[in-house]
Design a protein around this ligand. Structure first.
Ligand SMILES: Cc1ncc(COP(=O)(O)O)c(C=O)c1O
Length: 478
């Protein structure tokens, strides 16, 4: 047993072992567990301790007792928590000023001595880092000098062809010439905003939204118009229509799927309705599809650009969440404004680094990406499931939480009087990092919310940290 389990009462440690077997799929829903007597003998514990462990698991909804038959793994391992309420942000454009608090949280989020519930960044071991590094080493050996030049500002031609081919599989027909390789999704978003907006303009966004996006708006002197957003279905189309009718909005910026922090999956019909409204008001859509490939279901959701191929849509994405955040390879695909987009790329960074692009192109060509995606989708789905279960048994009963079908973040909403900043201060003292909800808006909302990242391999430290956050949340609410 590790140090963590040694600190626990025996029955609790045993319950943890059974939970791990359920989590790992060794014990499946509906399966009968060993009888209490057998379990006690197997683990060299008293019948009382064995029964305490089983009863605890029953309380937690992992096992259920069937009269005269024994204990079985439940079909619904966790209670259905209510989803967070749909947001109702004020219907006015707000200046954005989030950068200072964001930087302070990021300093803790990147420090490995803090439990990693803050950064939405998979640990390198989970990504395809080693295989990609081998491609990079080979490229450096074979092509090193030839690639030590100012690369084509559009980006590596083979890489663009690979991205174009993947887009086609989703019904997004964009030729390699319509794709620009960027320095991560962040540069793609910056370029998209630079060709659609000027300082002082208003951009319509989801609420809550990814704080990095707010930082980009802040740096570009843009105002945010936050839209009512439902965690299950996405932005409210009627509110969007109304908002665009009342003021000039230069662009609308939405996640294509599994937005950060809500994990929302917007269905195709709603996406089509959003495109119709934007087209009617002449407002371009910038979509961020960075989480689209991390879909837990069988189907990978289509981006807006695949649903409205003729509409004014700029798609931004990157491999940061699925392959290699450090390679900084993102892209932008647009069906108009090509000259302005290229000029903006020139002005920002002239061109991207050539060798990492070549290595990424080789990696994609080698065919390993789909198998890799299948692996990490399952892994992140399991992490989310474990996180939800741990939150369920540890947090106050009024806590609402999302039920994402993709990505790797979870959003919790506590009662309105709850102060997530106070929880943050206490958690940081105990070397646990998460992101308080107030960073996901340019307004004063979500002070009772928090985001937990589920992007690292699940372990005892993570589990204990979530439980501890739950204890602290109980104390703060009391
Ligand atoms: C929604 C979203 N978009 C963009 C990014 C940044 O992407 P990149 O690292 O490719 O610049 C992130 C990173 O957390 C994100 O969550």
């Amino acid at each position: 047993m590790d140090q963590h389990t040694l600190d626990l009462p025996l029955y609790e440690a045993l319950a943890g072992r059974i939970t791990a077997l359920v989590d790992d799929g060794v014990l499946r829903p509906g399966m009968r567990t060993a009888s209490v007597r057998t379990f006690a003998a197997q683990h060299g514990v008293s019948l009382t301790t064995a029964l305490q462990a089983y009863r605890l698991l029953e309380d937690r909804g992992v096992l259920e007792a069937r009269p005269k038959s024994g204990f079985y793994v439940t079909h619904r391992p966790h209670r259905q928590r209510a989803l967070p309420t749909a947001s109702q942000p004020p219907q006015r454009a707000t200046p954005v000023a989030v950068s200072n608090p964001v930087f302070s949280v990021l300093a803790y989020a990147g420090d490995p001595s803090y439990a990693p519930l803050g950064c939405a960044l998979p640990s390198a071991g989970l990504l395809a880092a080693e295989r990609l590094d081998r491609h990079l080493a080979r490229c450096a050996r074979v092509h090193g000098r030839a690639y030590n030049v100012y690369a084509n500002p559009h980006g590596d031609a083979e890489l663009r062809a690979q991205i174009s081919a993947r887009g086609l599989r989703l019904g997004h027909a964009v030729s390699p010439d319509g794709i620009l390789i960027t320095n991560g999704c962040t540069e793609a978003l910056n370029i998209a905003l630079s060709v659609t907006c000027k300082p002082g303009d208003t951009v319509a966004i989801e609420s809550p939204t990814y704080f990095g996006l707010l930082q980009v708006l802040e740096a570009r002197g843009l105002r945010a118009l936050e839209l009512p957003t439902d965690p299950a279905s996405g932005i409210d189309v009627a509110s969007l229509d109304k908002a665009l009718g009342m003021r000039r909005v230069a662009a609308c910026l939405l996640a294509s799927s599994f937005n950060n922090p809500l994990g929302t999956r917007t269905d195709d019909a709603r996406k089509a309705a959003i495109i119709r409204v934007l087209t009617r008001h002449g407002v371009p859509l910038i979509e961020d599809d960075i989480y689209g490939d991390i879909s837990f279901g069988d189907d990978r959701p289509r981006p807006f650009a695949a649903i409205g191929p003729k509409a004014d849509i700029i798609l931004c994405s990157s491999f940061s969440k699925t392959i290699a955040p450090g390679y900084r390879i993102g892209w932008l695909a647009a069906n108009r404004r090509h000259d302005e987009i290229l000029a903006a790329k020139f002005a920002l960074s002239l061109s991207g680094a050539a060798l990492p692009q070549k290595a990424m192109a080789d990696f994609l060509k080698s065919g390993g990406y789909d198998a890799h995606l299948r692996r990490i989708r399952k892994l992140f789905a399991d992490n989310i499931d474990r996180m939800r279960r741990t939150v369920d048994r540890s947090f106050p009963k009024e806590t609402r939480m999302t039920d994402p079908k993709g990505g790797f973040v979870l959003w919790l909403e506590l009662p309105p009087e709850f102060d997530a900043d106070a929880l943050y201060t206490r958690a940081i003292r105990e070397r646990i990092c998460f992101v308080p909800g107030g960073l996901f808006t340019a307004t004063s909302a979500y002070r009772n919310c928090l985001r937990l990242s589920c992007s690292h391999d699940w372990d005892a430290r993570i589990e204990r940290s979530v439980e501890r956050l739950g204890e602290l949340a109980h104390e703060l609410l009391a």
